[in-house]
Design a protein around this ligand. Sequence first.
Ligand code: CA2
Length: 155
Amino acid sequence: MTSVAVINGPNLNLLGTRKPEVYGSTTLADVEQMCRDDAEALGLKATFLQSNHEGQIVDWIHEIGASVKSGDSIGAVYNPGAHTHYSYAIRDAIKGASLPVIELHISNVHAREEWRHHSVISPLARGIIVGFGVLGYSLAIKGIYELARSDGRIS
Ligand code: CA2
């Protein structure tokens, strides 16, 4: 079965346990189940990943990029967390691996502090979803599926 990766960056393991006024009360385990169900409804298998470590995420991006190249994956839905705003290592990894990525943010980063308004990832993203809460993960899975179809990478 063709896979879609869902990657979560630093601190997103805390989802649903703190700051519910910003990020809601759904846990990352709930999001994982939702993503698995959404992917399955589209005939895809979701691979769910979270790390607080930049290098680990760089390694995963390389691996998923290779899976896209071999036709085993359609790409990644990615919430880079705070890496969004400064990680050129992750940006280079996405570029180097030619990874199709949908960047997603649970909160509306543009309605928050100034430093959250800029993303170093966005120029490399195929699409961006911001401010829909955890529903954004479902929208992003549907979005990357449709892009892969219109690219002719899946039928
Ligand atoms: O809105 C988003 O999804 C963010 O990517 C979340 C990041 C933040 O740095 C970005 O600017 C926007 C932070 C994730 C931290 O997640 C927490 C969840 C619950 C409690 C504490 C942190």
